[in-house]
Design a protein around this ligand. Structure first.
Ligand code: 5GP
Ligand code: MG
Ligand code: MG
Length: 183
């Protein structure tokens, strides 16, 4: 019978809840300093960035607005298709706005590359990226990411918002999925 404990499906914890909390506080302090006196719009990319957005935004001391965008390039597979589709667009007109895109992970970089072009075309005053995780070995396009939490190996990870087939998002740490889960 399938075990109900998420942890039996993991081979390794890569980043702990505590490490994430510490890092997000550091990034928030930088963001507070960099955007002092500016009107900041945080844009989270659904659904993976939900946890990062919740913790990062609450670690900020300044006023921010929060909006969400849903795009898809993955489906239930573990490889990027490179084809980005808007599932839910912004509610906000970002022309003239200072936008900080909040992401869970930069893998190939294809999704963010597309989003950056898309936001630039809408006339944002500035666009920066904050990603909790980045896989340098997986990059297909270079992304200029001002705020990065952790560089990690080229493994498929889950937890802290990141899913496999919509599961594991509620895990508090970031972990590598065990091979028997794919089989
Ligand atoms: P990219 O376009 O940079 O390849 O990645 C697009 C999206 O795929 C990410 O924002 C993330 O939602 C998902 N993704 C990329 N790598 C991983 C991974 O290791 N685990 C999980 N669960 N999702 C990933
Ligand atoms: Mg994402
Ligand atoms: Mg996913």
């Amino acid at each position: 019978m399938e075990s109900s404990d998420i942890r039996n499906d993991l081979t390794e914890i890569l980043v702990t809840e505590e490490q994430i909390n510490t890092k997000l506080r550091q990034l928030a302090a930088q963001i507070d300093a960099d955007y002092a006196g500016k009107d900041l719009l945080l844009v989270g990319v659904l659904k993976g960035a939900v946890m990062v957005m919740a913790d990062l935004s609450r670690a900020l001391t300044q006023h921010v607005q929060i909006d969400w965008m849903a795009v898809s390039s993955y489906g239930a597979s573990t490889k990027s298709s490179g084809v980005v589709q808007i599932r839910k667009d912004l509610d906000t007109d970002i022309a003239g706005r200072h936008v900080l895109i909040v992401e869970d992970i930069i893998d190939s970089g294809l999704t963010l590359s597309w989003l950056l072009d898309n936001f630039a075309a809408r006339g944002a005053a500035s666009i920066e990226v904050c990603a909790l995780l980045r896989k340098p070995e997986a990059a297909k396009v270079e992304i200029d990411c001002r705020y990065v939490g952790f560089d990690i190996p080229n493994d498929f990870v889950v937890g802290y918002g990141l899913d496999f087939a919509e599961r594991y998002r509620n895990l508090r740490d970031v972990a590598v999925l065990a091979p028997h889960v794919y089989a």
